[in-house]
Design a protein around this ligand. Structure first.
Ligand code: GTP
Ligand code: MG
Length: 461
């Protein structure tokens, strides 16, 4: 899609549905001229000044009125895309919006691909790649934290940090390259101690950023909380209690939940994805077996595991097996035991579980639910503080993997330095790191990378 930068493109920029207004965005060299051909108003749009709005009508090829509109004109380069752009606000109905769009397309404008407006903004230097990605994150943000981190990124906090580290590395490479130019004269222009310190400070800055990813990712995508346990322990009831609605089917038949159910709740600005799973037990039922397989997969990808135990029962071998698995594979700080059905007050079975935090709950009369919620909240805030919350947070896997590669490059340049290898090796490693940093903000890029980023945008963005 990068090949057709000159074309004028158009797309509906507002959600398809009924609303007060819809906005159709048009951008490109001939954008204003084309729309002007179908616009009847007091002013000729083709000669309109930038940042002006004009009331009028869109008419079809035969001159029939299609809709009343307001056209807002932005002349290059002071528009979002950096090109001449016109935004047509029409009545917000599905059919009327499509009719207006069709009329405009008839003038030779082509439909925009997903993310093509933002791609153009990037290619025209209006924003860098990490800022373009922040726009997609901002639109998708479902919690305050996700909103804040994407807004910071859009404002350029990440770009600034990356440029700072990268510029320092470029200086270091420059020095080594200079020395290589004078290799025959055996001149030592670089103070190796200072050079080493500068690379080490680059590594430590990158490591700080890498550390933020664990929680950056969680803030962007939500904290995954799995409700796990044996059948009939009350997992689905607990999900319903957390959501304050009857989302999951609850019965006294063991094995009610066959497939997992995921629901979202926001606690103190953080999105939590609560996943109710199929009860763990040995079973001959093939549907249930598949459900249990999925439960294990969910356990492996969850940030917090709530083992729901029926407090009226002794711990079962399935629960013990599960706890063994957690002990071997997880940090126990991510385990909470909901000792459920405490309202029944039967002769209490002692739970001899040593790990995790135990909270007495009753999904039926909502006892312990607030405590459970505050523990979920505490878990995230404690962890994020322990990880050292920096002002810049890495939320995107692409950035994370580029930073890892940058760190690798820097580490091997240090190793080459230690082994007194030729400066050429050091330059090669440093260049690798510089390029990886450049990928984050889009200084180094390929059509594949751009396509994979922008194809995930919505049409009209
Ligand atoms: N008294 C009491 N009963 C509960 C409580 N939580 C769940 N139950 C009951 O226990 C039974 C099983 O509850 P579910 O929520 O379906 O249990 P589950 O763990 O999802 O079970 P599966 O889906 O079969 O794995 C139902 O009859 C619920 O009403 C509780 O806190 N107190
Ligand atoms: Mg269930």
């Amino acid at each position: 899609m990068i090949g057709h930068l000159g074309d004028s493109i158009a797309a509906i920029a507002t959600p398809i549905g009924e609303g007060a207004i819809s906005v159709i965005r048009v951008s490109g060299e001939s954008a204003i001229r084309n729309v002007a051909n179908r616009f009847k108003g007091k002013r000729n749009l083709a000669t309109a000044k930038s940042h002006t709005a004009h009331f009028g009508r869109i008419v079809d090829a035969k001159g029939h009125i299609v809709d009343d509109v307001v056209c807002t004109v932005f002349l290059a380069p002071t528009s979002f895309t950096g090109e001449d752009t016109i935004e047509v606000s029409c009545h917000g109905g599905i059919h009327v919006t499509r009719r207006v769009l069709e009329c405009l397309l008839e003038t030779g404008i082509r439909p925009a691909e997903p993310g093509e407006f933002t791609l153009r903004a990037f290619l025209n230097g209006k924003l860098d790649l990490s800022q373009a990605e922040a726009i997609a994150d901002l639109i998708r943000a479902q919690s305050d934290k996700a909103y804040q981190t994407s807004m910071d990124q859009l404002e350029g906090s990440l770009s600034k940090e990356i440029r700072l580290i990268r510029d320092q590395l470029i200086k270091s490479v420059g020095l080594i390259e200079l020395e290589l130019d004078f290799v025959d004269e055996d001149l030592e222009l670089v103070d190796k101690k200072r050079f080493k310190e500068s690379i080490e400070s680059g590594i430590s800055a990158i490591e700080k950023l890498l550390c933020t990813y664990k929680y950056g990712k969680v803030w962007r995508e939500g904290v995954r909380v799995a409700l796990v346990g044996v059948p009939n322990a009350g997992k689905s009831s607990l999900l319903n209690a957390l959501l304050h609605e009857n989302r999951a089917i609850v019965t006294d038949i063991a094995g009610t939940t066959r497939d997992f159910i995921e629901e979202k709740i926001t606690i103190s600005g953080v999105l939590f994805r609560i996943i109710d799973t199929a009860g763990l037990r040995q079973t001959e039922d093939s549907i249930e077996q598949e459900g249990i397989k999925r439960t294990w997969k969910i356990v492996q990808t969850s940030d917090i595991i709530v083992l729901v135990h029926d407090s009226t029962k002794l711990i079962t071998s399935d629960e013990l097996k599960f706890l063994d698995y957690i002990r071997e594979n997880y940090s126990q700080s991510g385990l909470i035991i909901a000792n459920n059905k405490i309202d029944l007050q039967t002769k209490k079975a002692i739970i001899n579980i040593k790990e995790g935090l135990i909270i007495g709950t009753s999904a039926i009369n909502h006892e312990g639910i607030m405590l459970l919620i505050s523990e979920l909240e505490k878990h995230v805030s404690e962890k994020s503080q322990a990880e050292g919350r920096e002002s810049v947070t890495i939320t995107n896997e692409r950035h994370y993997s580029a930073l890892l590669r940058a760190k690798e490059g820097l580490s091997s340049s240090l190793e080459s330095l230690r082994l007194r290898e030729s400066g050429e090796f050091i330059v090669l490693d440093l260049r690798r790191a510089i390029d990886a940093m450049g990928e984050i903000i889009g200084l180094v890029t390929s059509e594949d990378i751009l396509n994979s980023i922008f194809s995930k945008f919505c049409i009209g963005k």
